[in-house]
Design a protein around this ligand. Structure first.
Ligand SMILES: O=C(O)CCC(=O)C(=O)O
Ligand SMILES: [Fe+2]
Length: 426
C-alpha cells in the first residue's frame, strides 16, 4: 500500500531528522509563498512538490520553474509526449559508442519510453502489450465497475487532514483473508474498512503477472546486480502475489504524491507488479540521495526525475532496489488522451506478495496497540539503509501516536530476526 503518510513530518520519532523539512514556516505559509510564484497551479500539486523537496520553498520553486518550462515545450507538440531525448543527452564518455548516455537533470524530467532505457536508468522494467488484448479490456471494464465505489484515503499531513487525490481499494484472495485484513492488519495506524474479494479478471491476470515478474527479476539479477547475485535482504524464493491494491485516477488532475510503498507486510526489498489499464499516464521516479552524502554535492542531478510512460496494458515491474532507494509518484497531467473504454480514467493494479513471515503476529505493536510500520533510513547517510519499526498511530486524523521506535533486523534473505526487546518496552 502506498504510504502517502510517510511524507508527513514526524517530530517525535527518535530517528533524527528523517523526512523533516528545513524551514520553520507553517506549511500553509509555504504553500502561499509557492502559490504566489505559481498562481496557475493547484494546491495539491504545490503540496506534492513542496513535500518532494522536504519542505524547502526555494527548492520547490526551482523545480516548478523547470516543470513549467518543460510543460510549455510539451504543449507545443503532442501533449504528454516527449519531444526529444536529445535535450537530456550527454556525451557517452566512451563506454558505448552507439548509445548516448542519458541523464535526469535536477529540476527537469527525463521521459523514457523504450523498455531498454527504463531498465537502464530506473529500478523498473516495463513490458508493453502485456495481457492478451481481450483480457486487458475485460479487466479494465470489470475494475471500472468496481471503482465506482472506491474511496479516497484521508490522512494527516502536519496538523491538517488531507485526502489522496485519487481513489483506491484492496483485493485479497478469500473471505477469510478479508476478515484477517480487517481485524489483524493496520495500515498507517488504522484498520482498512474496504477490503474486497479478488475479481475474476484479477484472478485470470495473476499467473501471467507472476510468471513475467519472476522472469524479469531473474533477468535483472543476472544482468545488473553485482556479481549476478540477488541483493542483500532480497528473498531468494519466487515472488507469489496474493493481494492487489487497485487505484483509479479519474481525469488528468488525479495523481499520487511522492512516496515509497510500505514495506510493513512485504518485507525488505519488496517487488511489485504494476499493471496499467486505460488512459496513459506518467509514472515518475527519483532516487533518494542522503542529504549529507558528499556525492549529492558533486552531482547536482542525482535527484532528477525520470518519467516512465505507462500506456494501456503495460506491466511495470518495480524491482528489489526500488522502495528503499527511490520514490515514485503519478504526476498530475496537463491533459490526457481519452481511452476508448475508460474515457478519462486510468486503472492501476499493484500485485503484491504479502509474506507469511511479515504477518502482524510476527511484527511489533507499539504501546498504542497499533501495528508499527516498517521503514528504512533514506535521508541520512548515517544509518542509511537501516530498517526500523515506528509508531504510526498518530497519522490517523484525530489520533495521537507515541514515540515507539525500534531498529528492525533481517537476515540476508530478508527474514525478520527475533525482536531484540519486547514490543511494548517503550
Ligand atoms: O498508479 C500507479 O502506477 C502507482 C500507484 C502506486 O504507487 C501505489 O499504489 O503505491
Ligand atoms: Fe506506490
Amino acid at each position: 500500500m502506498k504510504s502517502f503518510l510517510e511524507r508527513a513530518k514526524r517530530k517525535r520519532t527518535p530517528e533524527p531528522d528523517e523526512d523533516t523539512g528545513d524551514g520553520d514556516e507553517p506549511t500553509e505559509v509555504k504553500l502561499a509563498m509557492l502559490a504566489s510564484l505559481h498562481p496557475g497551479l493547484e494546491q495539491e500539486v504545490l503540496l506534492d512538490v513542496l513535500l518532494a523537496h522536504d519542505g524547502s520553498v526555494p527548492a520547490a520553486a526551482c523545480s516548478l520553474r523547470g516543470q513549467n518550462q518543460h510543460g510549455r515545450k510539451k504543449s507545443a507538440g503532442v501533449v504528454g509526449y516527449q519531444q526529444s531525448m536529445t535535450q537530456f543527452a550527454v556525451s557517452s564518455g566512451g563506454s558505448s559508442p552507439t548509445k548516448k548516455k542519458i541523464k535526469a537533470k535536477k529540476g527537469s524530467t527525463l521521459h523514457l519510453y523504450d523498455p531498454e532505457d527504463v531498465a537502464e536508468h530506473t529500478p523498473c522494467t516495463i513490458v508493453h502489450n502485456f495481457l492478451p488484448p481481450d483480457l486487458a479490456n475485460d479487466l479494465l471494464k470489470e475494475l471500472l465497475n468496481e471503482a465506482q465505489t472506491f474511496e479516497k484515503q484521508s490522512f494527516k499531513l502536519f496538523d491538517n487532514v488531507v485526502s489522496s487525490p485519487h481513489t483506491t481499494s484492496f483485493f485479497v484472495e478469500s473471505y477469510d483473508e478479508i476478515q484477517s485484513q480487517k481485524t489483524e492488519y493496520h495500515y498507517n495506524g488504522a484498520r482498512l474498512t474496504d477490503v474486497r474479494r479478488i475479481t475474476p479478471g484479477l484472478i485470470r491476470a495473476k499467473p501471467l503477472v507472476q510468471e513475467a515478474v519472476n522472469k524479469e527479476v531473474q533477468h535483472r539479477i543476472a544482468t545488473r546486480y553485482p556479481g549476478g547475485k540477488k541483493l542483500k535482504y532480497q528473498p531468494p524464493d519466487a515472488w507469489v502475489p496474493n493481494s492487489a491494491f487497485v487505484n483509479c485516477y479519474d481525469g488528468p488532475q488525479e495523481s499520487v504524491g511522492w512516496h515509497s510503498d510500505q514495506l510493513t507486510y512485504l518485507g525488505p526489498r519488496a517487488i511489485i507488479g504494476s499493471l496499467s489499464l486505460g488512459v496513459a499516464r506518467e509514472f515518475r521516479v527519483r532516487r533518494v540521495v542522503p542529504k549529507d552524502d558528499d556525492k549529492s554535492a558533486e552531482d547536482p542531478d542525482a535527484e532528477g526525475q525520470i518519467s516512465i510512460h505507462l500506456p494501456h496494458n503495460s506491466l511495470l515491474v518495480m524491482h528489489a532496489e526500488m522502495q528503499e532507494e527511490w520514490k515514485h509518484s503519478v504526476a498530475p497531467s496537463l491533459s490526457i488522451d481519452p481511452h476508448p473504454i475508460s474515457g478519462n480514467k486510468r486503472i492501476n493494479i499493484t500485485y503484491r506478495d504479502y509474506r507469511a513471515n511479515m504477518h502482524p503476529r510476527h511484527t511489533p505493536k507499539c504501546p498504542c496497540k497499533v501495528q508499527c510500520i516498517l521503514r528504512v533510513v533514506q535521508r541520512k547517510k548515517e544509518n542509511f539503509g537501516k530498517y526500523f519499526w515506528m509508531c504510526y498511530a498518530g497519522n490517523v486524523p484525530g489520533k495521537a501516536g507515541c514515540s515507539f521506535f525500534q531498529w528492525a533486523e533481517f537476515d540476508d534473505d530478508g527474514r525478520p530476526k527475533p525482536l531484540s526487546k519486547p514490543a511494548y518496552s517503550r
